[in-house]
Design a protein around this ligand. Structure first.
Ligand code: AMP
Ligand code: MG
Length: 476
């Protein structure tokens, strides 16, 4: 059994990129989950992760040889307000490994104790958000959405204090190709540290967009935009609401990061918000595409110093890149939604067919996932509508347009299973009582979300009125 063969390329960057420090040990760690499949993908030995030494690493109690723990610094706009210094306030990047396929993986503990970036926080996480992130991030992967992953979760044997009272502490091992955010660029830009900015750009390009020249700031902006547009279109196609699309939670590699207050919608409505701190609906479902372009504009601003000495020219060039956003998003939206109703082309004249369905769903509180799945399988989609005839009228037009729907194709893009909020909540409540069976069942079922699984129809059901979760909390 072998411990991870760590490399530490980020820790070799200049000191101002991070603070070196070990995680803070915890009293009595116990394993909640080890993700064997992911461990193998990463070239790690799942047996070692389950060993005493493995558990000690996953709890932050003892670092294996080669690890070089750091907390990364970044900044960001939170709900539109500028925070000049955020950084890993409760996370430690232990190091990086390379999988058998050559991919790089950062291994990070989240909930592993205070750092210089903790501000008022305790550096810890409790069981609830760790369960939520584990289930949802792995489900996203299976649903085909780029995401940070969950390698493992442990409980710490220590209580932490939250508004609700004392709660069991937990640590998630999050892995990702990097943890670079728009906010990482914003941090060095706001410090007017052009040298660091150039170093960061070269690092980010090598890690995420190796086809680009190491100093191609415009190309990089364009590449991040393309990746993020595809990502957000996928969220939209699954009814996913990120909930905290701050620039520090916008990943440079175009992957989903930060599962604090996220949720999949049950009943569809574009104005839907779950996050308890999003009072004005800034990050509502339907607002996500516009927020993305706002965040990309912040990235563009940060990169300007790297685009040459003629600022006016740089601004114009950056604007030109950002101006492509509208078309890119429209294309990504069609590529997401058209196949959901069996449309194979990309003809703009079909847009109204999708939009008409969505507005009827909104008016009739139709469950997003169940409606599309029923359309895909030829099931009773009309039953999802308060007024079923509202669906019938749409279906009449649809059947004229899609005369021989390909049910296999549609079933491959309209999942049967999503991590429903009320089930996650239930898994957390049962987890608090020491029962992990629902947590484990969710993980198992959600590895195959596009296949009907008759033994688990309860996980397909929309919540009953008393089961509905309307608020999620920022996970801290
Ligand atoms: P988030 O809202 O999760 O994106 O976090 C925003 C910032 O708050 C980041 O710098 C986090 O590291 C920090 N943070 C969140 N929760 C905690 C905590 N419990 N202790 C310390 N820092 C935290
Ligand atoms: Mg965050």
């Amino acid at each position: 059994m072998a411990s991870p063969a760590f490399d530490n390329s980020y820790a070799r960057l200049p000191e101002r990129f991070y603070t070196r420090l070990d995680p803070i040990p915890v009293r009595k760690p116990r394993s909640l989950a080890v993700n064997d499949g992911l461990a193998s993908e990463m070239g790690l030995d799942p047996g070692w992760l389950r060993s005493e030494d493995g558990l000690a690493m996953l709890a932050g109690n003892a670092m294996p040889d080669g690890a070089s723990p750091i907390a990364q610094v970044y900044a960001g706009h939170q709900f539109g307000g500028w925070s000049p210094r955020l950084g890993d306030g409760r996370a430690h990047l232990l190091g990086e490994v390379q999988g058998p396929d050559g991919r790089h993986w950062d291994i990070q503990l989240k909930g592993s104790g205070q750092t210089p970036y903790s501000r008022m926080g305790d550096g810890r996480a409790w069981l609830g958000p760790v369960i939520r992130e584990y289930v949802v991030s792995e489900a996203m992967q299976a649903l085909g959405v780029p995401t940070t992953r969950a390698l493992a979760a442990v409980t710490t044997g220590e209580d932490i204090l939250r508004e609700e009272g004392p709660l069991p502490g937990a640590i998630l091992t999050r892995v990702a190709p990097s943890h670079l955010r728009v906010g990482t660029f914003q941090y060095f830009a706001s410090q007017e540290d052009e040298e660091a900015l150039a170093t960061l750009l070269a690092f980010a390009i090598e890690r995420h967009y190796p086809g680009l020249a190491k100093d191609d700031a415009l190309g990089f902006l364009n590449a991040v935009m393309e990746a993020q547009v595809k990502l957000v279109a996928k969220w939209m196609g699954l009814g996913f609401i990120h909930g905290v699309m701050n620039t520090d939670n916008t990943h440079i590699g175009g992957i989903t990061i930060d599962y604090g207050p996220c949720a999949f919608m049950d009943a569809y409505h574009p104005a839907k918000v779950f996050s308890s701190i999003d009072q004005f609906g800034r990050y509502a479902y339907g607002a996500q595409p516009q927020i993305l372009v706002w965040n990309l504009a912040q990235l563009a601003t940060s990169l300007l110093p790297l685009m040459g000495d003629d600022t006016d020219k740089s601004v114009k060039q950056a604007e030109e890149v950002l101006r492509r956003y509208g078309d890119l998003y429209a294309t990504a939206w069609k590529a997401t939604f058209f196949p959901k109703i069996g449309l194979t082309g990309d003809d703009d004249s079909d847009i109204t067919l999708v939009q008409d369905l969505l507005s009827r769903m909104a008016e009739n509180q139709a469950d997003f996932t169940r409606t599309f799945r029923a359309i895909a399988t030829g099931g009773a989609a009309r039953d999802e509508f308060v007024d079923p005839t509202a669906f019938d009228a749409w279906a009449h037009v649809w059947k004229d347009r899609v005369t021989s729907p390909d049910h296999d194709q549609m079933s491959g893009v309209n999942p049967a299973f999503i991590p429903r909020n009320h089930r996650i909540e239930q898994a957390i409540q049962e987890g608090l009582k020491g029962d992990l069976s629902l947590f484990e069942r969710l993980n198992a079922v959600l590895t195959d979300p596009f296949t009907d699984q008759p033994d688990h129809v309860d996980l397909q059901a929309a919540p009953l009125e008393q089961e509905q979760v309307t608020r999620t909390f920022c996970g801290t």
